[in-house]
Ligand binder design. Structure first.
Ligand code: C6P
Length: 407
């Protein structure tokens, strides 16, 4: 049951009025990045028009205002994911930087030759490559928990990989290529038996469900602003305070220090220890505005509405002859990956574009997932709060048309 007005929501997103190739835009590439509501656009424009200066550095009025906005957004993030303290909220460029930060700081300090890191077979490259790099540097070993043909983690196999050698479990909360939502509570509980820290890649989960890091009891949670209706170039690394405090800094520079002499440097406290240099001030403010916007709608309402969209799209897709859905996990977010007989996913993407429909075609930065399903790529429609069943009808009609012409 929809508890909000979808018409009103669509009004909030100016780009949805655009025409693409003379057709109304049907934007179904939300897992790559989603569109921005006017409130987010306005917050950035307001900052630059009235309140912009550098943060944490000036006593003048504008610097104080900008700092208040910036730190206010940190407070909003803290409440949004229910962290214990703003000290646990580190602003980074995005999920990729957050995971690299963990690998380069926590990883280098705690992971040695012969130690093991567990990931799953459905990870995005940004939760594979930083660990491969760390393993290469340290002599640690990367272990990969397998998935089944529905695209679900085989939990029993994951559990078997946990040992005294395991120093970190790093898993995706919701897969971008398959839509699978992992049983993160069970994963965390299994890791906690041996006191192993768990990092969740929340890039895809965070826009689609409410996330409570204390209830989850994860040690690290990474996400990107641009998939959460906020600007690109900003993201968040949540970390438990005790772990962050014990970690060495990531980059050196301004703001991350308390005292510098040529002999030695005393680092700043959390969260600034991990935020060297002038941050992406306006993007942080935009992230705060996006969180306000989503909180007003309610993340549970969004999750329920998108579940309806996914169910509708899946049922329709299953009636199309020659269409195969890739990823049919029982727990799944609003992503529909598919292939068509005899039509390459890139051609699907190009042909749908001629109808004004934006989807993503490719390996979705998850090449091992493509290898597992023995496909070179998939076409992927991914839904957001502003999408409608009518748009799904347009997508399915488009697919049927192109099967008729090229299939
Ligand atoms: N996935 C997609 O089209 P960045 O690029 O740092 O904001 O996010 C990286 C990332 C990490 N984990 C997952 C699960 C992701 O989906 C992504 C980004 C986009 O699926 C771009 S490849």
């Amino acid at each position: 049951m929809t508890t909000f007005s979808i018409e009103k929501i669509r009004e909030d997103f100016p780009i949805l009025k655009e025409k693409i190739r003379n057709k109304p835009l049907v934007y179904l590439d939300n897992a790559a990045t989603c569109q921005k509501p006017q409130a987010v656009i306005d917050s950035i424009s307001h900052l630059y028009t009235h309140e912009y200066a550098n943060v944490h550095r000036g006593v003048h009025t504008l610097s104080v205002k900008a700092t208040d906005r910036y730190e206010g957004a940190r407070e909003k993030v803290k409440n949004f994911i229910n962290a214990q303290s703003t000290k646990e909220i580190i602003f980074v460029k995005g999920t990729t930087e957050a995971i690299n930060l963990i690998a380069q700081t926590f990883g280098k300090a705690n992971i040695k030759a012969g130690d093991e890191i567990i990931i799953t077979a459905m990870e995005h490259h940004s939760n594979i490559v930083p660990w491969q790099m760390l393993c290469e540097e340290t002599g640690a070993v990367l272990k990969v928990a397998p998935i089944n043909l529905q695209g679900e983690l085989i939990f029993a196999e994951f559990e078997k990989l946990i040992s005294d050698k395991t120093k970190l479990v790093a898993v995706v909360h919701m897969s971008n290529a398959l839509g699978t939502i992992n049983p993160v509570e069970k994963i965390i509980a299994a890791a906690k038996v041996k006191n192993i820290p768990v990092l969740l890649d929340g890039a895809q989960a965070i826009p689609h469900m409410s996330v409570d890091v204390q209830a989850l009891d994860c040690d690290f949670y990474a996400f990107s602003g641009h998939k959460l209706y906020a600007p690109a170039g900003i993201g968040v690394l949540y970390g438990k305070q005790a772990l962050l405090e014990a970690m060495p800094p990531y980059q050196g520079g301004g703001d991350m220090i308390r005292k510098v002499t040529f002999e030695e440097t005393e680092y700043n406290g959390l969260p600034y220890k991990f935020e060297a240099g002038t941050p992406s001030i306006a993007d942080v403010v935009g992230l705060g505005a996006a969180i306000d916007y989503l909180t007003e709608i309610g993340m549970d309402n969004i999750a329920n509405y998108e579940a309806e969209l996914l169910q509708y799209a899946t049922a329709k897709a299953k009636t199309i002859k020659g269409l195969r859905i890739v990823g049919e996990a029982r727990e799944k977010g609003a992503i529909l990956s598919f292939v068509l007989d005899k039509i390459h996913p890139h051609d699907i993407g190009t042909m749908l574009d001629s109808l004004g429909i934006a989807i993503r075609a490719g390996h979705h930065c998850a090449m091992p997932v493509m290898d597992f399903f023995e496909v070179p790529a998939t076409a992927r429609a991914s839904f957001a709060v502003y999408n409608t069943k009518e748009e799904i009808d347009i997508l399915m009609n488009g697919i049927e048309q192109l099967i008729e012409v090229f299939g």
